[in-house]
Ligand binder design. Structure first.
Ligand SMILES: [Zn+2]
Ligand SMILES: [Zn+2]
Length: 127
């Protein structure tokens, strides 16, 4: 693994997810000014291909990325005012989704559940 890749991945891990390639690029630049946006795209692309990261598109349809822990799945709530993304895991919902798929004779491989609304954080402009 090259040094550039190492910096990109370590900044990605530190940022904790839901990060666009441009946002990650800005973080990486502070650590290693020689890294180009193309390397950031390439590195993220290879993580996605390897199943270590996933691409998501929320409100503005910009691709954001987060690490994917194998065997761990979470869904998202997105605040339409402040754009903050909240994560949740709910086994009952997971079960129901599997059941719906099964009842329709569908072999479920993946799913995305995104809930949109207004959060109640004190610093959300909604309040
Ligand atoms: Zn909010
Ligand atoms: Zn997430």
């Amino acid at each position: 693994m090259t040094n550039q890749r190492k910096v990109i991945i370590s900044e990605f891990v530190k940022a904790g997810g839901h990060l666009s390639a441009e946002e990650l690029f800005r973080l990486v630049k502070k650590k290693a000014s020689g890294v180009g946006l193309a390397s950031v795209y390439r590195t993220i692309g290879s993580l996605v291909e390897a199943g270590l990261a996933v691409e998501r598109r929320f409100l503005d349809k910009t691709s954001v990325y987060e690490l994917e822990e194998p065997g761990h799945h979470h869904d998202h709530l997105i605040c339409m005012k402040c754009r903050k993304i909240f994560e949740f895991e709910n086994p009952a919902i997971e079960e129901q989704q599997k059941k719906v798929a099964e009842d329709l004779g569908f072999s479920l491989k993946d799913h995305k559940l995104e809930l949109y609304g207004w959060c109640n954080r004190s610093n959300c402009p909604n309040l």
